[in-house]
Each structure stands twice: as structure tokens, then as C-alpha cells.
Ligand binder design. Sequence first.
Ligand code: C5P
Length: 237
Amino acid sequence: MSAGNPVFVALDTTDLGAAKAWAKRLKGSVGGVKLGLEFFAARGPAGIRAVMGEAPGLPLFLDLKLHDIPNTVAGAVRAVAGLKPRYLTVHASGGPAMLRAAAEAAAQSGKDRVRLLGVTILTSLDSSDLKRVGFAERAMDQHVAALAALAQDCGLDGVICSPHEVADLRRAMGGEFVLMVPGVRPRWADAGDQKRVMTPAEAMRAGATHLVIGRPITKAADPEAAARKISQELAAA
Ligand code: C5P
């Protein structure tokens, strides 16, 4: 397990007040905060600053899943670098020039530079969707492995991956590569719409460096107690 609490709590909302309240309440019981495209589109950089201001010192995972021409993506990486995200996502399928441009922009972001994570294949796509968008020749897991290798070759720090991909990717990518894993559920939580779930401890054992957990914390009757329970279970595993 990585040093410290590996759990980034996903604050999936457009409601500034709710996101600030969660950040304030959870700052001592999670390892970081994930804010995504939905929140960024609604509340912008000022909203991100306001939320992170409630949890001073906690790392931010800004999940914007950038995908555009290299010049534009590099410009977007530089533009959000001022928010000091620890992690930022780009689509690995944007190709080598885009990934390198993003990595170069991230490298210029200073001492605590932005770490870039690649999105391989969205888990919302199945094999027939892959064919329809032109990814026809390989099986899903081969696409994921190839895009993770491309991300690593182009200087990215890691990828987002589902629980069922994490063990293979850890073997293939070596020990240093960041594997940020959503779709994890404690045994006592509802699986919701997540289909292939692992517990937090199982995902860490399989090679995850970080976990993204949303609703089991944010929708719990007592979010702070839920977050503490997860970190205690991880510490005991
Ligand atoms: O509420 P829940 O724990 O399912 O939230 C998981 C978070 O991780 C959400 O922000 C979701 O968008 C994100 N995510 C995911 N599955 C993926 C990629 C991202 O659930 N494959």
C-alpha cells in the first residue's frame, strides 16, 4: 500500500455548497479529493479553489479527461496547473504527440508538478462499442495494455484502471507506475451501478496505488464515519 491514505473521494456534484461541505467534513479521513468535468464545467477554477480551500493540504485529483490536438491539450494543462492538481487525466487515445505535449506542459508546472494519468478505454464502452469507434482488431484487455504502454512511453505517470485490470497492469508497467482505481466498494456498501467491483483492500493487494471512492462515502448517512471505516479496513489488511 502507498504511504498514507490512498483514497480520493469523488465529489460528483455541481453544487458548490455540497462539495465544500464534503471537503470540510472529510479532510481528516480521506487521502485526497477528486473533482471532475461535471463540477469544473459548472463551477470553474474558482469553484475548485473554493472546495480545496476547505481541505488545506489535501491533494486534488482533477479528472478532466482532456482530449484534443497537442497544442490545445498542452495549453489546458498549463491553464489548470495554477490550481495545483496532484493528478490530472488525459485520454491516452489522443496519441503520442498529444501525450508528449501534455507531459512536457506538466513537467513545467514546478516542484510539486502535476502528475498526468492516462484514461485507456472508458469502462462505459463494451466490445461492440469499440468496433463502432474503429478499435476493431484487439480484445478489450489488449487495447487497455497497449494504451497504458503508450502512456508510459510518452512520459505519463500512470493510468486510471478498473479493478479487474489492475493486477495485469501492475505486472506489465512496473512498480513505479500510478494505478488509480475507481469501481471499488467496501463489503458493507451498495455496489450501485458499478458492475465489476473489488473491495478497497483487494484492489490495493492487486497493485493499485490509489483508489477513487464516491457514493459509499458521500451518500453514507455519516460520510466521515464511512471514510474512516474504509481507511481502518485498509490499515488492517
Ligand atoms: O460513486 P462511485 O464510487 O461509483 O464513484 C466513482 C468515481 O470514479 C466517479 O467519479 C466516476 O466517474 C469515476 N469512474 C468510475 N469508473 C471508471 C472511471 C471513473 O467510476 N471506469
